[in-house]
Design a protein around this ligand. Structure first.
Ligand SMILES: [Zn+2]
Length: 234
């Protein structure tokens, strides 16, 4: 068996995976990304151990661990060079993880992991493709001829930071007008808030109040109160 961990800006998700790629058991805990990196890693290892014991297996049956993390990753050393979402910089993630769970551990960019996951799950049927992940940002992983293309310093592709609009919306990368600054959930929330400001009568105000915040779903949801729902139906 293997353990796969997705370290996200909001949640840490983990799965116990069989030799043939089946997810045997999975779970998640909040990342709480403002706290010290070591605490996050400790929770990752704790979650991995919990999954193994809940499944009724023994840690000796687990061969290795793979971690997907947003940002620039040095695949050879397992170091997070820079991650804006997790707030890690030059952090030896694989090394620290092994302090809590002593198993061979590899770390790669989360979109790269998603691309390899698709490649393997697909039985290698499509061996050259670009995978796009839409979330807090816009991530991308490129598989060429059945191999992951990492490029110079592991910073290959990064399609989310291709400039779409010269002098456009500011991006978390420091540039402006990136694809990510238009197509991510972050951009959707920004545009929703702007539309709400321009339209004080919009039902989105009601929906946001019911949900307690403006989210990526606000613009697409129906209000749950009867009066508002009746208005929506008309
Ligand atoms: Zn950018």
């Amino acid at each position: 068996m293997y353990i796969g961990i997705d370290l996200g800006g909001t949640n840490i998700a983990a799965g116990l995976v069989s030799e043939d790629g089946k997810i045997l058991h999975k779970g998640s805990v909040p990342t709480d990304s403002g706290r010290p990196s070591r605490e996050i890693v400790q929770d990752m290892a704790r979650l991995a151990k919990t999954l193994v014991s809940e499944y009724g297996a023994d840690m000796s049956e687990v061969k290795s661990v793979g971690i997907g993390c947003p940002g620039t990753i040095d695949f050879n050393t397992g170091e997070v060079v820079y991650s804006n979402n997790i707030k890690m910089e030059h952090f030896p993630l694989a090394e620290v993880f092994r302090e809590y769970l002593d198993l061979p551990t590899a770390v790669d960019n989360d979109a790269n992991c998603a691309a390899m996951g698709e490649y393997v799950a697909n039985g290698g049927g499509a061996n050259s493709f670009l995978l796009i992940t839409l979330g807090t940002g816009v991530g991308s992983g490129l598989v060429l001829g059945g191999r992951l293309y990492r490029g110079f310093n592991g910073a290959a592709v990064e399609a989310g930071h291709i400039t779409l609009v010269s002098g456009g919306e500011p991006c978390t990368c420091g540039k402006s007008g990136c694809w990510e600054s238009y197509a991510s959930v972050t951009a959707l929330i920004r545009d929703t808030k702007r539309a709400m400001e321009k339209n004080p009568q919009s039902l989105m105000h009601k929906i946001a109040a019911e949900e307690g915040k403006v989210s990526g779903r606000t613009a697409f949801m129906k209000p749950i109160t009867t009066a508002a729902a009746a208005f929506w139906e008309t």
